[in-house]
Design a binder for this molecule. Sequence first.
Ligand SMILES: Cc1ncc(COP(=O)(O)O)c(C=O)c1O
Length: 407
Amino acid sequence: MAQTSVARLAIEGGTPIRSKPWPAWPVWDEGEIEALASVVRSGKWFGPSGTQVNAFAGRWAAYCGARYAAPCTNGTQALEIALRAAGVRVGDEVIIPPYTFIATASSVVQVNAVPVFADIDPDSYNLDPQAAEAAITGRTRAILVVHIGGCPADMDAFRALAERRGLVLLEDAAQAHGARWRGQHVGALGQAGTFSFQASKNLNAGEGGCVVTNDEDCYLAASSLINVGRVPGGQWYQHGLLSGNYRMTEWQAALLLAQLRRLDEQTARRNENALYLARQLAEIPGIAPLKRDERVTCHAYHLFIFRYDASAFRGLPRDEFLRALAAEGIPCSRGYHPLYRSDAFRVDAATHPFAGARDYRSLYLPVVERACDEEACWLTQSMLLAERQDMDDIVAAIRKIQATRSR
Ligand SMILES: Cc1ncc(COP(=O)(O)O)c(C=O)c1O
C-alpha cells in the first residue's frame, strides 16, 4: 500500500513539489535608482572628493559596533589589506580553515605569507579552535577565522587562543553581515575583519569590500594601503607605503547605503525562516542542519547548510539527492571542495616562494573531506526571504525523495 501512495519523483517524470519561483536577488526599488542618480547629478564620482564612501564608512563602522571602517574594492582585496595592516609579513604562517571561498587562502599567498589549513568543526563547519591550536608553529603570526555561511565561529575560544599564544586574530566576515556573537557584531572581535559586498552577498553593490577594526594603527595602515600608500591626512603626492589602488567608488557606496535600509529586516526574516526550517528538517532521518551555538545571537544565514546522510536514503549519493531535489523545484548545491585540494594550491614556488615551499598534496583533514564529499547541502540566503509556507516545500521535497527511496 505504501508503494502506491508514493508520488513519482520529478526527476523521473513526476510532478515537482514546486514550480513557483524563489525570491529574486538583489532586492531594489526607486531608492537605489535615486541614490545612483544623485551621484550622477553631484558630478562627484570619485570617492575622495565625494560624500558616499565617507558616509558609508561611518554607517558601516557604527553598524558593526567598530571604531573604524575602511571601504575598498572587494572582499578579496579587503583580506589582503587586513593581513598587511595587521602586520602579517613575508613568510609568516596564517592559520585558516579549508572550508571557505578561495580568497581566504589566496589573500594570504598574495601577501607572501603561508596559508596553513586546520580542520573544521563537524557541527558548525567553522574552523575548529583545537585544530587551529594544534597547527601553531614558531612561524605562526595570525589566525584568520571565517564565519561560514554567516554563522559566527567560536570567538570566545579564538580570542582566548590568540591572546594566550600572542597571535593576531582576523575575521573573514564576507558572508556574515549583521551576524552577532554574544550580542556583538562580528568583524571587529579580533584585530580586524573584512566584508564582501559582491552580488550574492546579503549586503550587495555588485562588488565591494570593507575592513573594520577598533585599532587606530590598523585602520590608518588599511586606509593607506587602499589609497596607493598615501599618508592618511598627508599631502596628495605623499606616499608612505607601496600599494595598489583599492578605493571603493561613489557608485558602490551609494548602492550600499540604499541596500543597508533593508538589511535588518531581511536578516530577521532569514532567521525566522531558517529556525523554522531547521526544526522541520531535524525531524527527517538522515538530515541534520548545522548546529547553531547558543552564543550566536544573530546568524546572517548567507547560506543555510544541512548535512545529508546517504544511509538514511538507501545509499543515494549526495549529488544524486541534490539533482532530485533541484528537479522538485528546490535549488540546492554541494558547495565547496577542501581548498587545499584545489589545483590552485599546486602553488608555483617561483612565484610564491613561501607558499610554494609547502606541499599541500599530502594534506588530508577528515572533517572537511567528509563535509565536502558526502554531507554538505547549501540553500542560498534569498530562498530564506520567501514565506514560511515556502519552507514547507523544501521539507516536502526531501521527504518525497526519502519516501521514494524506501519503496
Ligand atoms: C568567505 C569569503 N571570503 C572572501 C570572499 C571574497 O569576496 P569578493 O568576492 O568580494 O572578492 C568571499 C566572496 O565570495 C567569501 O565568501
